[in-house]
Design a protein around this ligand. Structure first.
Ligand code: CTP
Length: 398
């Protein structure tokens, strides 16, 4: 999906420079090419040799590397890319960018380029929060520089907070979204997928048979059309697709929180098989079998309905909300009622009776119901259903 795209990757000198190796691998896997540039400090963390070996391209480190090419080698290099990615973008490198310095190869390329630039900052939390750094970030934003992250979490320096470089798969997804020229380029779409696990005690949980296959296929098809996808997944058997931002959750409540924090979005597709109920009181310790009163009675309470919550938002509702309806009888009638009750725009109905082999299987037979009524699609692979749905979404968003 990055076929023919050229990425100039500038690796700054930070502990997360090792993650840039994984980023190179992901870009190459999608058919993109990588021209690597290392700052002097980056060479302390990763070697030009390993970077060049993975990129399949010479790694540039000094301005003088370019004098043997053409006279204006650095100008050429900075403009021959479709996108310049700086990962990790250190505080120092971004300060140079913000003030327009050009005193080494990386900063010279960044000043000379006329192609879009994406930075993935990584630094100590105090450095990130420092007013000087925040001023630089604001300047870069005003200059139209794209930024992803930093993420919050434990840091190599032992502190906690914002400053960690975003994971390579997420940077890769952002690259795909920025370079996408598909019909969904520039659109953000949230997809939920997989089952949820609702704890009973620290070792047991309530779950369902969803494999997450249909949700993964939809997320992948949407990304393939150029969308920037946030993929909120429960503990599914199917691996999340490449090229999307993955948010892993366990329970329905966590899934709702993840969806709300991923907003705003142009569309949301709720393919997850969310547990309707959770155990009202989760035991703090493992419930013992040998109890005088016999097996425990599990009191259940209703989970939040994520699809209904988002469909009925009065502010910030995605333009298109798509739900799924897993039914075993009167499929279309039940699904049509569900669409009305929850307030979504489309509902994708499928028959999950065991004899259909759909739940956990690789095929699906669906009826898409919108305001104009039902449209039944022939049984097909979940990948084909996903592609057809992604194209329908692209057409609806226009
Ligand atoms: N859904 C949701 N949150 C829930 C339950 C369901 O977001 N707590 C979403 C699913 O992702 C799906 C749709 O609602 O898109 C319908 O799910 P389904 O299980 O078919 O419907 P239910 O609401 O559970 O209704 P019922 O059990 O009565 O069929």
């Amino acid at each position: 999906m990055l076929q023919g795209k050229r990425i100039l990757l500038i690796i700054g000198g930070g502990i997360s420079a090792y993650k840039s190796l994984e980023l190179i691998r992901l870009i190459k896997r999608e058919g993109g090419s990588v021209t690597p540039v290392l700052t002097r400090a980056a060479e302390q963390f990763v070697t030009p040799l390993s970077v060049a070996a993975l990129a399949g391209h010479k790694a540039y480190t000094h301005l003088f590397d370019l004098t043997d090419e053409a006279e204006m080698g650095h100008i050429e290099l900075s403009r021959s890319a479709d996108l310049v990615v700086v990962a990790p973008a250190t505080a120092d490198l971004m300060a140079k960018m913000a003030s327009g310095q050009a005193n080494d190869l990386a900063s010279t390329l960044l000043l000379a380029t006329d192609t879009p630039v994406l930075v993935a900052p990584a630094m100590n939390v105090r450095m990130w929060l420092h007013p000087a750094n925040q001023r630089n970030i604001a300047t870069l934003e005003a200059d139209g520089i794209h930024r992803i992250g930093p993420n919050e979490g434990d840091m190599a320096c032992g502190e906690f907070g914002p400053g960690r470089m975003t994971e390579p798969v997420e940077i890769h997804a952002e690259i795909m979204a920025l370079l996408a020229n598909g019909p969904l380029g520039g659109r953000h779409i949230i997809v939920t997928s997989g089952p949820t696990h609702e704890p009973i005690d620290p070792v047991r949980y309530l779950a369902n048979r969803s494999s997450g296959q249909q949700g993964s296929a939809i997320a992948s098809a949407l990304a393939g059309l150029g969308a920037q996808v946030t993929f909120v997944t429960g503990p599914a058997r199917t691996a999340p697709p490449l090229g999307v931002k993955v948010v892993k959750v366990e329970t329905a409540s966590e899934m709702l929180d993840a969806v709300i924090s991923a907003l705003p979005a142009d569309a949301a597709v709720f393919a997850a098989a969310v547990a309707d109920w959770r155990v009202a009181e989760v035991a703090a310790g493992k419930i013992k079998k040998a109890k005088a009163e016999g097996p425990p009675a599990l009191a259940l309470m209703e989970n939040p309905d994520i699809l209904a919550t988002v469909s009925q938002m009065t502010k910030g509702r995605p333009e298109l909300v798509v739900g799924f309806a897993a039914e075993t009888d009167d499929v279309v009638a039940h699904a049509a009622q569900k669409r009305k009750r929850k307030g979504c725009d489309w509902i994708v109905a499928n028959d999950v009776s065991p004899e259909t082999g759909i739940m956990g299987g690789s095929e699906n037979a669906v009826t898409v119901i919108d305001a104009d009524g039902p449209e039944t699609w022939p049984r097909a692979s979940k990948d084909d259903v996903a592609r057809k749905l992604a194209l329908r979404i692209a057409a609806a968003l226009g």
